[in-house]
Design a protein around this ligand. Sequence first.
Ligand SMILES: Nc1ncnc2c1ncn2[C@@H]1O[C@H](COP(=O)(O)OP(=O)(O)OP(=O)(O)O)[C@@H](O)[C@H]1O
Ligand SMILES: [Mg+2]
Length: 176
Amino acid sequence: MSSSATTTVDFISHSVEQTIQVGALLGEVLQGGDVLCLSGDLGAGKTALTRGIAAGWGAREPVTSPTFTLVHEHTRAPDGQMLYHIDCYRIESPADAWSIGLEDMIYGEHVAVIEWAENVRDLLPPDCLWITLSFLGDSERRLSFRATGERARALLHAFRERTVGRQAGPGATKER
Ligand SMILES: Nc1ncnc2c1ncn2[C@@H]1O[C@H](COP(=O)(O)OP(=O)(O)OP(=O)(O)O)[C@@H](O)[C@H]1O
Ligand SMILES: [Mg+2]
């Protein structure tokens, strides 16, 4: 199996629409078993990014913030695959994580997008795609993508290929 060298990509978003667009390009290349770990302060844009990811992946229902329900499940028609949108802001212990069924969602054949993933860092599979969002200005955000395993590297590589020639990139992306 060929290995891809893409491990980190940085992207500067200038608007919420651009963040959603970037998410959609990533959503289009997701495969079952992928785990996306979103990190960043309150209001950084994790849910906005997830909105795009779910749309690109093929979710039928719009994404809303799962803060109070902790998990939103999306299904898509063609193959019945699920996308779990999980908010770990209030998860403080492995017991909390267990109570929402985190393990089944992140070690299965479906897709998981986790907000506040740092709160469950020790429970995550070794091969994940981390996306850290940070504030640069009122409507500017840095999106830093980091793959921690072979599958996530391939995903990041496929994502970057899709951004080439699009408005969303690649001028603002930097591959290391
Ligand atoms: N470039 C940008 N990308 C994403 N969001 C942006 C951007 N510029 C402005 N925003 C605004 O920032 C806010 C991001 O909110 P969002 O709910 O996505 O954040 P979050 O990281 O999920 O927060 P929380 O930790 O509370 O769940 C929205 O109000 C959005 O309109
Ligand atoms: Mg959110």
